[in-house]
Structure formats: structure tokens, C-alpha cells
Ligand binder design. Structure first.
Ligand SMILES: NC(=O)c1ccc[n+]([C@@H]2O[C@H](COP(=O)([O-])OP(=O)(O)OC[C@H]3O[C@@H](n4cnc5c(N)ncnc54)[C@H](OP(=O)(O)O)[C@@H]3O)[C@@H](O)[C@H]2O)c1
Length: 344
């Protein structure tokens, strides 16, 4: 069964209702390049045409794997990557400055073995950089033909709106998409981000639709701590016994029961939920193995009934994110220098 297509915001481009995330390909997850290429090809053969990567995933290795996989198939794919994260140790090989963007895009193009990126995303906002500086550099890349569209990721509501206003007032290229965290366990974006995206006609491609693995059925109360590829990078976040995860674990238990009663796998319930929001274009699935991809491919056909959606709302109410670590935003710390005009 092929993955259906959906409009990518108001760009006129059609993308698959599931996007393939490639964060797990490379040293950080699956270090076997041939296996990773096989997974990418299986996704393309199943009808996925939106592939998401980032320069920072395994420090360029994910982009290299995607480049290998797309040799001869580049035109089939709406290729999305990102800049912002620290590459290497040079303090200026980071962030959203014109200086770094102009360098970072060349590095990504080389690793991806292509002459253009379909969607170039700002991975995170950067408070020291005027967003007009960023949009100006990105607009130049669009005019040069190196980038087709500009997107953002994990931007707060005010920053999304500010981006639209800057583009209009200063004649910059417009941001056409946002990539926020969104899953049954992390519903915070339902409050403002998703309604704003609808208002401005932005495509929305949510990350971590399975909450990084919590919604796969491997995390169960009373069960053994599951092996996860992420525990080492984010201590505590994936520990089933940690008090900070108690609410998530209780929700997962209730959701697993609901999935069983509905005749669905927990994975299909979780992806079906994200697909159901009218603002969402395509959740980005993040398989590390071939089997993990297979378990998710049919999810685009799942339609959750109103009763099932109501039950989910009872387990995790609309707009609620159960753990602040899943919301993706890092609000500025309220240190004295930010609250006072002077240190005196
Ligand atoms: N913009 C951003 O800041 C941002 C942040 C995160 C991700 N992303 C993008 O979004 C994509 C998806 O994010 P994500 O990887 O966090 O998504 P996710 O689907 O919430 O989590 C993926 C993890 O779930 C586990 N999993 C997946 N399928 C499974 C299955 N069938 N059975 C058991 N476990 C399974 C795997 O964990 P194990 O590896 O432990 O087996 C896998 O690494 C990424 O590839 C990336 O492209 C973007």
C-alpha cells in the first residue's frame, strides 16, 4: 500500500503523509551504511518522498548516507536538511549567522551529493542573531538556486510569527514550514504553534511522533528497562524508573490498553493521532532498523475514530506535554542580567 500524498503548505508541492527521518543513520544509531541505504530505499519504494536530515546528525554522516542512497533517485525526493547545531569545535561553525549559513550549505550540498536542497531548515532559533540576518542569507540561497524553500524547527510561537512579518516587511523569502515536536505525550504545540501554522499556511512536519521510542510498546510499567539508542545521550529521559517519567509511563499503560481495544498497535495509534491533526502535513518517522520502518509504513492508512480520539484526550489532555524535556524548547534562563537594566 503506497503512502498517500498531502500538500506541503501552500507551496504547490505534494509530499507523502509520512516523512522519513534519518537522525538514526550513522554513528549515533545505525552505523551500517549499506543497511541504512536499504532502509531509505524501502521507504522510497513504499511511496515516501520527503526525507529529513541535518548537518549535525552524526556530524555529517547522516547526510553522507542520504547522499549515497539518493544517487540516481534524487529527483524522486523532496530533500530537507538543517543547519544551526555545532559542527566540530570552531565557535563560529554554529548558529544562524550569514557567515556560517553560507559555509554550512556548501558542506551539506557536498555530503548530500546534490546541487540543491528542497527545504533548508533553521534547526533552532538563536537569540544572539537577528532573524533578518538569517532570512537574508537564506533568501540569497533561494535566489542562487541552491535552496528551494526555507523552514524552521522548534520555533516558539512568537518567533514563527516574527519570521512571517520580517519576510513581508523586508522583502525576504518566506518561511514555508515548521518542524515541531509533537506526539500524544507532547501536545504543547496544539496551543499556539499548530493554529499559527494553519493561519499562515505553513506545512508542519512533526518530529518524535513516537516520543523518541516511548510509544513503541517497549516501555511498560513493571517491565525491564528497554535497550535504547538514546539513553546515553539524554540520561534519565528514557529511564522507566525515574520519577520525572512516572506520568509518561502511566499514560503509556493507558494508551497501550486503548490500542489493544481498538485493534491497533501502539505505534499505529501514536502515528494515527499525529496524522489526525488538521495542521499536520507529515509526521517524521525515525526508524533505526528495517523492522522499525516496516512497523510504521502502514500507519498513513490509519484513521482514528472520534471515540478513540476522545479517549486519548482523557489520557493526555489537549495542549499538555507530560515532561518538559519533550517539548524541545529551551526558554532563555531568567538570570538576573535578563531581568535588570543594570547590575547595580
Ligand atoms: N528538528 C528537531 O529538532 C528534531 C529532533 C528530533 C528528531 N528530528 C527528526 O525527526 C525524526 C524522527 O524523530 P525520532 O527519531 O525522535 O522519532 P520517534 O519515532 O519518536 O523515535 C524513534 C525511535 O523509536 C524507536 N522505534 C522506532 N520504531 C520502533 C519499532 N517499530 N519498535 C521499537 N522501537 C522503535 C527507536 O528507538 P531505538 O533507536 O532506541 O531502537 C527509534 O530510534 C528524526 O529522524 C529526525 O529526522 C528532528
Amino acid at each position: 500500500m503506497t503512502v498517500p500524498l498531502r500538500p506541503f503548505g501552500r507551496t504547490g508541492v505534494k509530499v507523502s503523509a509520512l516523512a522519513l527521518g534519518t537522525m538514526m543513520f550513522g554513528e549515533r544509531g545505525n552505523p551500517d551504511h549499506d543497511d541504512s541505504v536499504r532502509i531509505i530505499h524501502r521507504a522510497l519504494d513504499a511511496g515516501i518522498n520527503l526525507v529529513d536530515t541535518a548537518d549535525v546528525y552524526s556530524q555529517g554522516e547522516s547526510e553522507e548516507i542520504v547522499g549515497k542512497a539518493l544517487a540516481g533517485r534524487r529527483d524522486e525526493v523532496f530533500l530537507a536538511t538543517k543547519f544551526h547545531g555545532q559542527i566540530g569545535t570552531d565557535p563560529n561553525h554554529f548558529g544562524n549567522s550569514r557567515r556560517w549559513i553560507i559555509r554550512a550549505v556548501e558542506d551539506s550540498l557536498r555530503r548530500l551529493r546534490t546541487d540543491h536542497i528542497d527545504l533548508y531548515q533553521v534547526h533552532r532559533p538563536e537569540e544572539d542573531t537577528d532573524f533578518d540576518e538569517t532570512l537574508g542569507a537564506l533568501s540569497d540561497l533561494v535566489h542562487q538556486g541552491k535552496v528551494r524553500y526555507i523552514g524552521t524547527s522548534t520555533f516558539e510561537p512568537s518567533a514563527i510569527v516574527e519570521g512571517q512579518w520580517i519576510a513581508a516587511r523586508r522583502n525576504r523569502e518566506r518561511v514555508v514550514s515548521e518542524q515541531p515536536p509533537y506526539s500524544i505525550l507532547a501536545r504543547g504545540v496544539e496551543r499556539e504553534v499548530l493554529p499559527i501554522a494553519q493561519k499562515y499556511g505553513l506545512a508542519v512536519i512533526p518530529w518524535s511522533p513516537l516520543a523518541g521510542g516511548w510509544l513503541t510498546g517497549r516501555f511498560r510499567a513493571g517491565g525491564a528497562q528497554p535497550e535504547t539508542s538514546r539513553g546515553g545521550r539524554q540520561p534519565g529521559r528514557f529511564e522507566i524508573g525515574a520519577p520525572e517519567n512516572a506520568a509518561k509511563l502511566a499514560a503509556v499503560e493507558a494508551l497501550a490498553l486503548l490500542a489493544e481495544q481498538s485493534g491497533l498497535s501502539l505505534i499505529h495509534l501514536a502515528l494515527g493521532f499525529v496524522l489526525e491533526h488538521p495542521a499536520v502535513t507529515a509526521p517524521i518517522i525515525g526508524p533505526r532498523t528495517f523492522e522499525q520502518l516496516e512497523a510504521q509504513l502502514d500507519a498513513a492508512q490509519v484513521r482514528l475514530s472520534r471515540d478513540v480520539l476522545d479517549e486519548i484526550d482523557k489520557i493526555v489532555p489537549p495542549g499538555v506535554t507530560l515532561s518538559s524535556r519533550d517539548q524541545g524548547y529551551h526558554p532563555p534562563a531568567l538570570e538576573p542580567a535578563r531581568r535588570r537594566r543594570s547590575a547595580a
